[in-house]
Design a protein around this ligand. Sequence first.
Ligand SMILES: [Zn+2]
Length: 273
Amino acid sequence: MPELPEVEVLRRSLEPRLVGRRVERVEGLAPALREPLARRPLAALAGRRFVALGRRAKYLLADLEGGRTLVVHLGMSGRLTLVPGGSPREVHEHLAFHLDSGERLRLRDPRRFGLAYAAPTAALASDPHLAHLGVEPLSPEFDGARLAAAAAGRRGPVKSFLLDGRAIAGVGNIYACEALFRAGIRPDRSVARLAPARWERLAGALVEVLEEAIRAGGTTLNDFADGAGREGLFQVALSVYGRTGEPCPRCGRPVRRRELAGRGTYDCPGCQR
Ligand SMILES: [Zn+2]
């Protein structure tokens, strides 16, 4: 499933090609992604130009003229790509924006957990999908103190905390495992028992791993590709995620896989305390 770095890679790849283009026609090719498209009519975006492409957590926010924003979430398997106008329609192509450049911005999503809707730009702060998102890890105000404050009064494993989007926006399973490895923290360590210095190390590790993944074009484990269809390369740099039994890159002990709150969790029993 695409995580924050993949959505940021997608944003950066689409931005220069999309901003300034006008939507000529919107085609809803199949009903029903996660939310019925009809309830928030995307057709109202026709005739408007894209003016900016932003991101909040794993949501892409494409602002258009006239104060409208196209909100897209890729769910488990969504792909948003810009293709030449004559490109054949693909299976699972749910939505197509025909642009004045002749190109087509298309959303395909075989598993249909994705989401696409239009909302007034001025009302995004109170949008039901966006309003409760936690601190953005790549924002300037993100640090150990911010992270510790988000965990105040909580208990439970630090890894589950990292996966809670109401606390921290957009960190999924892969990057939570990798950041905890880099910070030397056991995934099942209680958030109530982390000292300030360890929160600081964890915040630094999160930023580092997310930024490295963005530079590598994201992690392609099953279905991710950027706006031009290119796959990411960060999977080769993963230290523990998906590497059960392989030697830890630091101490050589075998990487361990356990279930934690129902999610496959990878760590090094030697390096993470
Ligand atoms: Zn180790």
